[in-house]
Design a protein around this ligand. Structure first.
Ligand code: SF4
Length: 427
């Protein structure tokens, strides 16, 4: 019995339907209400809820939900499947349709699909062999959120959990997909190191704000390599993905064994969250931009202000390439002397990776074998709260997976990173 079997994570394989001669074209609504076909841009849990209400059905009455892959570079159905399994708790049949390539089947299964309709000309036997070739996965998935090292840790001891966990970040595909250094990569690293050294020697206390995303684990690695006295903090909004919490656990375990300071974990004010949820519901962010910003204010902005108390400067993983709204950020953003003393703007902000490109970040991760968030392997370049983050397709903006239902230009920031000329703040 291998360790995956020992961890009880053998999968029930997806059911494959042979190539259909019928069109897989997506209809807005199927004539049979027991079959729900969702458009690719739908908020799947909300659409499911509306459909059930409209037809007076329970989730168990549905024969299936169909999610389409209109082209093979469009991965939004992955996010919809995960949302239906995790957020909506849907445990019925989820069928993948459209551009269902056989080399995507394992990923579909991990995202919660229970069956797939192959496209014309595809080899049913090959698909079944590919599906059966792997007994399980190291990362969690839509139905089993714990990562493999956590499952093993529960069954055979924490030391095994940590040993296996240290390999998790090296097994994914984000590195092979993205790692591509710029010609001046060495100069970019030297510049980032110089920025961090300048921050450490600036004469004020400095801290790193980390979302545990790819940029932030690189910065943490640079800080530790230079042995700089710069602590890190994470805002645990209460809405983080399990994968992010897993990486936080792993980071804390590493800090303990290697003698680094643990990451400070800052939570929102519990009473403020309770009051907000009581008046606005558990997921108000989709009702309006104002409510989304109110949620960010309570879960991110106010905790950030608290996390920065006692520090005169902070370090972020912002890069110019991430979004148009970040195209003009400076490596060092001076404190605003006119800002209120307890405000974020009253602190100097260092952005040591401002000039780095996405390929540089992943090249650094590959070079130094840095542990990273498993969500990056699932096409999440930008990682935030679970209800507000989705995977993106090839060609989409790196921030396209954040608050994607909001179309207004310039709104895709949660307020953590205020421009001097605006009132808004973090992300
Ligand atoms: S990102 Fe979403 S869940 Fe997180 S604080 Fe903002 S609105 Fe709330």
């Amino acid at each position: 019995m291998n360790s995956l079997q020992a961890a009880g994570h053998l999968k029930h394989l997806m059911h494959l339907l042979p190539p259909s001669t019928e069109s897989n074209a997506l209809a807005e609504a199927a004539p049979d209400p027991s079959v729900l076909r969702l458009p690719n841009d739908a908020d799947a849990p909300a659409a499911l809820s509306a459909h059930l209400q409209q037809h007076g059905l329970q989730a168990g009455d549905l024969a299936r939900i169909e999610l389409a892959f209109p082209k093979f570079t469009d991965g939004r159905a992955y996010s919809q499947a995960v949302a239906l399994r995790r957020r909506a708790g849907f445990n019925g049949t989820l069928r993948a349709t459209g551009q269902v390539l056989v080399d995507q089947l394992l990923q579909m299964q991990r995202c919660g699909f229970s069956e797939a309709q192959l496209a014309a000309g595809q080899d049913l036997g090959l698909g079944q062999r590919l599906l059966g070739g792997f007994p399980g996965f190291y990362q969690g998935d839509a139905q089993q959120p714990l990562t493999h090292f956590r499952r093993v840790g529960q069954s055979v001891g924490q030391h095994v959990s940590q040993r296996i966990g240290q390999r998790v970040g090296q097994l994914g595909r984000a590195v092979s997909l993205h790692a591509k250094p710029s010609r001046d990569f060495d100069a970019l690293v030297a510049s980032a190191q110089a920025t961090l050294l300048a921050a450490a020697r600036s004469g004020v206390a400095v801290t790193q704000a980390s979302s545990l995303g790819a940029e932030d684990v690189v910065i943490r690695h640079l800080i530790e390599s230079l042995q700089l006295p710069i602590p890190s903090f994470v805002l645990d909004t209460g809405m983080l993905h399990q994968e992010t919490l897993d990486l936080l656990d792993l980071t804390q375990a590493r800090a303990k064994t290697q003698g680094f300071s643990p990451v400070a974990v800052v939570h929102p004010n519990a009473q403020a969250v309770r009051d907000f949820v009581a008046t606005s519901g558990p997921e108000p962010m989709r009702q309006s931009v104002a409510l989304r910003k109110a949620c960010c204010q309570i879960r991110k902005v106010e905790p950030l202000q608290r996390a920065l108390q006692g520090f005169g400067a902070w370090i972020t993983g912002l890069r110019r390439e991430q979004a148009d709204s970040r195209a003009a950020i400076a490596t060092v953003e001076p404190a605003d002397p006119s800002a209120a003393a307890d405000s974020v703007a009253a602190r100097t902000k260092y952005n040591p990776l401002a000039d780095w490109r996405w390929g540089d970040v992943w090249h650094y991760i590959r070079l130094h074998q840095v542990h990273y968030n498993a969500l990056h392997d699932d096409f999440f370049p930008s990682i935030g709260c679970a209800p507000c983050t989705r995977a993106i397709s090839l060609g989409e903006d790196l921030r396209a997976g954040r608050w994607w239902w909001e179309n207004e230009a310039g709104l895709k920031e949660c307020g953590l990173h205020v421009q001097a000329t605006t009132e808004a703040s973090p992300s």
